[in-house]
Design a protein around this ligand. Sequence first.
Ligand SMILES: Cc1ncc(COP(=O)(O)O)c(C=O)c1O
Length: 360
Amino acid sequence: MRPTKAVIDLDALRHNFKTVQQKASGSRVIAVVKADAYGHGLAQIAKALPDAEMFAVATPLEAYTLRDAGIEQPILLLEGFFEEKELPRIVENDLHLVVHHSPQIDALKRLKTDKKLNIWLKIDSGMNRLGFKVDELPQIENDLAEVECINKPVRLMSHFASADDVEDPFTSKQIQTFLESTEHLVVERSMANSAGILEAKSAHFDWVRPGLILYGCSPMIDSIGADYGLKPVMNLESQIMAIKHLKKGESTGYGRHWFAERDTVIALVAIGYGDGYPRNAENGTPVWVNGRTVPLVGRVSMDMLAVELGPEHSEKIGDRVVLWGKELPAEIVAKHAGTIPYTLSCGVTGRVHFVYRGEL
Ligand SMILES: Cc1ncc(COP(=O)(O)O)c(C=O)c1O
């Protein structure tokens, strides 16, 4: 069997969840598990978090997958519903809804149901992505008063644009905007994502919404999860599948993107962009091989990549390789690939074998 696998450590996940609870001790936790739990496996991750008071996903289908897996906690649809005809199934599955534009309120006004839905009104505090502008709020409050099928008062939420940068004063500005525009309302609030949980304590409010930090990575610029006491949940691993001796001046891989500067030895590793390893990882991106870090050399192929072991090497075919995880922080690999750790775990493809470790 091809040795390429993602080992998912559920004990590390629970450790990170507890870390969130400690850091935001006055708040309740909505575990963000959208995009297949950031590529870690939606149902497995949710089942391993029995203490999460709520889960958040981006699409109704992700929520139904959780229900089918037996998840009973409340589930929040972060973008609400996309089509009015989805509403009956959303009601049937007892999902919480973000409401971020007026057509959604109009659709709720038309909804005929005996049940009451739980709504989170999304306020745009400056990110200019989803949500109502603060000057629209008085009108929206009037509109919501006419909606019969929702529990009142509704909850409020907002989202940060740049909380990953502690130097950026925009985060405080957003908190101020969110608070000032809603101070007349006695309701539950949610604002903090992972970065807000780590570095913007005044935004913890009633509910926090951690995503990335649950999976053990840091969203903060130039830091890794361990800096905040987090443990990586995903270890992306493979093995050496071939070893090759190169003369000085020879190249490896497509496009002849790297040339040996000395007589040297390279190893071919059984993982490529067809598995989700980023093709744009540059020469020199660290790869962990059998206890040491060696540089990626040449272009990443679909099914394999090359690393330089150097002339004095002891590695052999079958030796363990870690692309990111406990031995090598995903944040560092992401930087070498011009991306962020979010895209690395989300990008691991279906042909990678997933192995779950730790108690369920
Ligand atoms: C609305 C909302 N809240 C929370 C999160 C979690 O963010 P993070 O993974 O940075 O914690 C996201 C993720 O993009 C989001 O869109």
